[in-house]
Design a protein around this ligand. Structure first.
Ligand SMILES: Nc1ncnc2c1ncn2[C@@H]1O[C@H](COP(=O)(O)OP(=O)(O)OP(=O)(O)O)[C@@H](O)[C@H]1O
Ligand SMILES: CC(C)(CO)[C@@H](O)C(=O)[O-]
Ligand code: BAL
Length: 287
């Protein structure tokens, strides 16, 4: 396994693999790896001969400077974890100045997916998805993967990346994986490390509240304002500051309509220093 910081060196190694007839899979991450990332690596290995993991805390996608400053950076430990798990051929871990060599980040050329990027999480984190699509597009151009693997935990991000790939004709197959959870139901996330022990005990309540909304919907309660206000109240009772609570059509991410077959519950809530996100698909009862 090679660990590479520079774009031309990564390109050379990928070209050699391609000349040898190998297919390439990319797992983009911001590091601080957990079992969710390792499951994405397993997915990549199932599809391709040469697996690349990128580790880059992308400044373009952080609209909150404290969030960027606090984001856990553990590259050395991540490389050791990946080496221990095995099966990864290349770790691409560029420096910020190598990815964005400008004095001001705003000088960088951006990729922007309209519509989907501005709603829901995008409305709450202005510029976030523009930063994600720009870095993912750049990684696709550097690594030139046949496959790229993403988690369904970032549901809206996945929808936006699929649209970017379609709209810009990137020659890459997008693979995805359901959210990997701790035994108590908490979605694994790098930001979970920011929780105190006590907050960590409370954190699974986010998924519990989501499960409760899902059960209510399956039983026929489909009046969204009631579902959302009940969830908001429950989260506040547990000490969360709810940030986003949405129930949308899982296919369009727009409002539920009479023809919707699946809803998605999207949640983001702050607990202590951590902003946690989660989501769940709900098959709607026949109406
Ligand atoms: N619990 C999980 N299950 C499956 N995939 C996950 C999980 N957590 C993250 N991923 C996926 O891993 C990839 C890299 O995500 P990232 O490095 O941001 O980790 P993260 O744990 O989501 O961190 P954070 O949520 O704090 O940003 C993304 O495609 C993301 O959707
Ligand atoms: C896809 C990604 C690695 C781009 O920085 C990031 O948004 C993430 O970790 O989900
Ligand atoms: N996995 C999501 C990346 C972010 O919150 O910036």
């Amino acid at each position: 396994m090679k660990i590479v910081e520079l774009i031309p060196i990564a390109r050379d190694l990928i070209n050699q693999a391609k000349i040898a007839g190998k297919s390439i899979a990319l797992v983009p991450t911001m590091g601080n790896l957990h079992a969710g990332h390792l499951a994405l690596i397993t997915l990549a290995k199932q599809h391709a001969d040469f697996v690349v993991v990128s580790i880059f805390v992308n400044p373009l996608q952080f609209n909150n400077p404290d969030d960027f400053a606090n984001y856990p950076r553990t590259v050395q430990m991540d490389c050791e974890t990946i080496a221990k798990v095995g099966g990864v051929d290349l770790i691409f871990a560029p420096s910020e100045s190598h990815m964005y060599p400008y004095e001001e980040l705003e000088e960088q050329t951006f990729i922007e997916v309209p519509g989907l990027s501005d709603m829901l999480e995008g409305a709450n984190r202005p510029g976030h998805f523009r930063g994600v699509t720009t870095v993912v597009g750049k990684l696709f151009n550097i690594i030139n993967p046949d496959y790229a693997c993403f988690g369904e935990k970032d549901f809206q991000q996945l929808a936006i990346i699929k649209k970017m790939v379609r709209d810009l004709s990137f020659n890459v197959n997008i693979l995805s994986l359901p959210t990997i959870r701790a035994e108590d139901g908490l979605a694994l996330s790098s930001r979970n490390g920011l929780l105190t022990d006590l907050e960590r005990e409370t954190a699974p309540k986010l998924a519990e509240v989501m499960n409760q909304i899902s059960s209510n919907m399956k039983e026929g309660e489909l009046y969204i304002p009631t579902l959302l206000s009940t969830a908001q109240f429950a989260l506040e009772q547990h000490g969360f500051i709810p940030d986003e609570l949405f129930i949308c059509d899982a296919d369009t991410l727009g409002e539920l309509t009479i023809t919707s077959t699946h809803a998605v519950i999207l949640m983001a809530a702050t607990l202590g220093r951590a902003r946690l996100i989660d989501n769940m698909i709900v098959e709607l009862p026949v109406r």
